[in-house]
Write a protein that binds this ligand. Structure first.
Ligand code: FAD
Length: 307
């Protein structure tokens, strides 16, 4: 087809990148996946994934990443463990720059994910996966009939609070301001939900517990008064941080840095696609990321065939 190093280069080895790799390699395209950390992406942090289709008993996130990689590798996907630091657009090709050298390709699928922002308080790291969660859709079911808190006041936080009420005995929304940033309709739903309580003008100073989270130390910002809140879990929903600084000169990004695509996962640059959590308005689930990855690879294949 050409004398470039690859037909498709995929940046990121999470569910989006691995599925893109499965589809592109199975379509006979010479495909390289580049991952700077652990193959599997963020899902490797999930102890038990209960909402990925095909695994009725659930599957550990680590194992899910491993089997996805095995499946893609079976069809010829190559994997390189290094970091992509830049993409240079040339007339008929893209040059992928990494810490291990550069590669030429015609199509690129960017699937670098988006990390949840941390609170940065004592106890947060220690209790992650032991009561501290960054994803209510993923973990709410582990807190049936238990009191939980959610930190944040935007659309994501309130949507997650409304999801949590189906499981938890009490949901306390802790917000550093005295009003929510979420849309009016979400606010109305949250205010009319008897299980949801609000702690306004408040921040979490520390997360305490033994093996699991037991309580939060709360600071009331205007007065400086300290209090504690007994909870079995705390969901942190204060935003996401995609690592896309290296793309800002070549692709349109939203205010936070997520990549804007159409429904074909195409960006504004022909031959560059984005898939998974790194996309603006992504579903932020393994299965939605996988779906995006498949879509991106299908349209990348069409793009290459038309060339
Ligand atoms: C603790 C936890 C539990 C979760 N539980 C569930 C669950 O039960 N069910 C569910 O559906 N979802 C769950 N999720 C969410 C799910 O993991 C994500 O939605 C999904 O992994 C997103 O996939 P992705 O491929 O878009 O990105 P990611 O999984 O984030 O993968 C992106 C990869 O790209 C790599 N990367 C980024 N930039 C570069 C670069 N410049 N060069 C090279 N590599 C790069 C990163 O190292 C990373 O491995 C959970 C998330 C967490 C954190």
């Amino acid at each position: 087809m050409n004398n470039l190093d690859y037909d498709v280069v995929i940046v990121g080895g999470g569910p989006a990148g691995l599925t893109a790799g499965l589809y592109s390699s199975r379509a006979g395209l010479n495909s390289l996946l580049i991952e700077r950390g652990l193959v599997g992406g963020q899902i490797v942090n999930a102890e038990l994934v209960e909402n990925y289709p095909g695994f009725p008993e659930g599957i550990s996130g680590y194992e899910l990443g491993q089997v996805m990689h095995r499946q893609a590798t079976k069809y010829g996907l190559k994997t390189l463990l290094t970091e992509v630091t830049g993409i240079e657009l040339q007339e008929t090709q893209k040059v992928i720059k990494t810490t291990e050298g550069s590669f030429t390709t015609r199509a690129v699928i960017i699937a670098g994910g988006s990390e949840r922002q941390k609170l940065g308080v004592p106890g947060e790291e220690k209790f992650t996966g032991k009561g501290v969660s960054y994803c209510a859709t993923c973990d709410a079911a582990f807190f049936r009939e238990k009191p939980v808190a959610i930190v944040g006041g935007g659309n994501a936080a309130i949507t997650e609070a409304l999801h949590l009420v189906k499981f938890a005995s009490r949901v306390t929304v802790i917000h550093r301001r005295n009003q929510l940033r979420a849309t009016r309709i979400l606010q109305e739903r949250a205010f009319s939900e008897p299980v949801i309580e609000f702690l306004w003008d408040s921040t979490v100073e520390e997360i305490e517990g033994e093996d699991f989270v037991k309580r939060l130390r709360i600071n009331h910002v205007p007065t400086g008064n300290k209090s504690s809140l007994e909870v079995a879990g705390v969901f942190i929903s204060i935003g996401f941080k995609p690592d896309t600084a290296y793309l800002k000169d070549i692709l349109p990004l939203d205010a936070v840095g997520h990549i804007i695509t159409n429904e074909k996962m195409e960006t504004e640059v022909p031959g560059i696609y984005a898939a998974g959590d790194i996309r603006y308005n992504s579903g932020r689930q393994a299965v939605t990321a996988a779906g995006d990855g498949a879509t991106a690879a299908i349209y990348a294949e069409k793009f290459l065939a038309e060339k």
